[in-house]
Every structure is written in C-alpha cells, then in structure tokens.
Ligand binder design. Sequence first.
Ligand code: FES
Ligand SMILES: [Fe+2]
Length: 429
Amino acid sequence: MLNAQDNQHVTQTGPGTPMGELMRRYWIPALLSWEVAEPDGTPVRVKLLGEELIAFKDTDGKIGLIDNYCPHRRASLFFGRNEECGLRCVYHGWKFDVEGNCVDMPSEPAESNFKDKVKVLAYPCMDMGGVVWTYMGTLENQPPPPLFEWTQVVETHRAVNKVLQESNWLQGLEGGVDSVHASYLHNNDITNTSRFESRSAAPSIEVEPTDYGYAYGSVRHLSKEEGNFVRAYQFIMPFTQLRPDDRRESSSSPKVAGHMWVPIDDEHHFVWNFVYSLGDEPLTEADKAKHSDLAYEVIDINNGFRCIWNADNDYGIDREVQRTQTFTGILADARVGANLQDRGIQESMGTIVDRTREHLATTDRAIIATRRMLQEAANVVGDGGTPRGTGPSYYKVRSIQRVLPVNVPWQEGMKDLLFEGAEYSPIME
Ligand code: FES
Ligand SMILES: [Fe+2]
C-alpha cells in the first residue's frame, strides 16, 4: 500500500515532477527506427513523459526530436516540410535543424539576426537495435549510450516492437516484476497440472539489489528430488525488465526477452517488447513474428499502436475458453503472446491504480522493492546526486531459468549465467 502522496510521487513523470526528473537521467526509447526510416520523410508525432514532440530524419540521415510547437507562434511542426536538412514550419516558413537551431527565417528582413536568437527544444537521438533512443535531460548528466546486450547483437538475432497500454506506466512495470501471476493469468492450459507454475503457485521471491537495479529470483519448490524451479529476472532502472524467454532449460538456443514500460503521459505508456538469441542461432520466424510484422496485424499502427483487442471489446475474452481451456479466456497465441492478458488485466485496475486500497502480500516483494528503489532514486536526483543505473554496469546482464538442487541458492547457482561478461557491482545492501 502507498499513501496518496507516494502514489503520485511514483506515477507522475511530467516535466518538473520527481519521477519525471529521474526518468530524464536515462536514455529512453522514443520510437521504432522504421517509423523514421526515410531521409526527408514524413515527420512523426511522439509523446514522451507528457511532452509533445516531433521526430524527423533529415537529408543526411540524422534524426531530430524537437518540440511539437514552433517557437514563433506555436504551430505544430508535425505539418512541417522536411526539406534540405531541416523541418520548415508551414505557417511562416521558419526552419529548424535536428539540433533545434533556426537555420532560416524568411519572414524577417534579410539583415535581421533574430533567427540566431531563436531555438526550438531538441533532444539528442541515437538509432540502435531497431530503436531511436533519446535523452531528455541536461547535457552534463547525459549517461553513456544504452548498450543493452539486445541492442548489440546482429539483426537476425533480435526483434523489437511496441504496443500502446492505456494505463499509467508503473502498472506495466509492476506486472513485469511479478512472476507470480504466471500461475494464473498465463495458465493457458488448465488441464496440464504438471506445469511448474501450476504445481507450485506460491513461489518465494528473493530480491538482490545491484547498482543498476536488482536481480530477483522466483523460486518454486517442486520436490526434494527434483529441486527448485527458479526464474531469475533483471530490473534495470528505471523501467526495463529482462526475463528468460525459454519456457524450459532444455532449449538448444537460449533467448532473453524483456520489456520497457515507457510513459507517454501519466495515463498511457508504450510497452516495448524485445527478444534476442544468446547463441549462434538466429531467432526463428516464430520468435520474430511475435515481435515484428505478424504482431502488427493485431497492433494497429495507424491508431497509435493500439491492439485491436482492447477495453472496448473486453480484450476478446471468450468465456467458453475460460471455462474449459485457459484461466482467463483472453487470447494468448503467436500474435499477441501473453501480453494481451497482461495489458487487459493491468488496464482493468484503473488508469492509475489506487494504491491506497491494495493489500500487498509476501509474493509482492519485488514490487515493494521497485517502488522503494524508484522513490529513493528520485530523491537522490532531487538532492543533486546520481541515481543508480546511469553507468554501464547493466550492459551485459542476462536473465535465466533453471531447475536447481534444493541446497543451491540461485544467486550462486546462476551467477555466471546472469552476469557473464558484465561489470556489475553486486549486491549493495
Ligand atoms: S508559427 Fe511557425 S513560422 Fe510562424
Ligand atoms: Fe504477465
């Protein structure tokens, strides 16, 4: 439970809010690279942390992310002409480059130097891993680039997409660090009682803080002989989760998947989904499909990346399927994965869940740790300090799942796999 003030503190990310200031210390995914693929192509509306912005790729292939509103008399630059290394406002012709400089002001006398005094707000961008990233903070605090391992593997080994979620961002993140709900929400075969999550629906949740966030293990005891089934996740500040993608350890080509829950404004966010292959094998068509073109048949890219199954149609719930086959009756096939179930149930909690009325239990340990870490980091920023996760220590961390003997703690038994090659600082507290 949080009091109303703390609930505001952790959920609001607009300019000047504590959590908003915290988020402005990290690189943030702004849009998919293909949305601005064409030099001099169509500008794209982007809303991030409550700020209305316009993305465009200039003649030289540089990407700009600038204020939606022209600094002259506030016309939307979405209507701008993207021409010869700049976006020209169609109201009076002022033109801006990707850095926000006014490079032409044809409506003023030739001898005027007014254009040198006018700038439009512009954020630096970086195109990496199929994503255009931006940094919305001050220059002196700019962190090193977001070299998550998944952004660094070759294109055949990774896939990424995004979908609109009509709720506050923290609801998404809190679902993502809650592996307990897999036993219910994602039980897509209620007749299969041998599934680990069905055999052991009350895992113990163990959180191990690091200097970038935390690793956590959900430990499901199977039996003395079989051992414990452990799924180890990573939380990387401020909104990234890594989780093991393979359902069971026997897979020949291990994969790591993850999400980023990125605020559009306080009532909407984008859920970014990514997956990558750790081995030599590229992703299969099925892996790619879930994260690329096939998914776009159900994600309406012409309607703000909203899924065609949404609150208006109760996420396509099928009560007969719910009675006989799956726990929810909400679709979880190759096109939507389990994400539709997550989105449906998280939106059902209200746009910004009223955390004064919840009752957290022992399995909510990771959720409590997340809130605490976010609030603490926001306070660090408020005090002029550097929040965790702004260094490169998260670059190579991974997620993994294993069945371990009962006497082997996952922190030890999985250490090599979770942190192979990573220069992380272990357990700080
Ligand atoms: S409002 Fe943009 S040039 Fe006048
Ligand atoms: Fe889920």
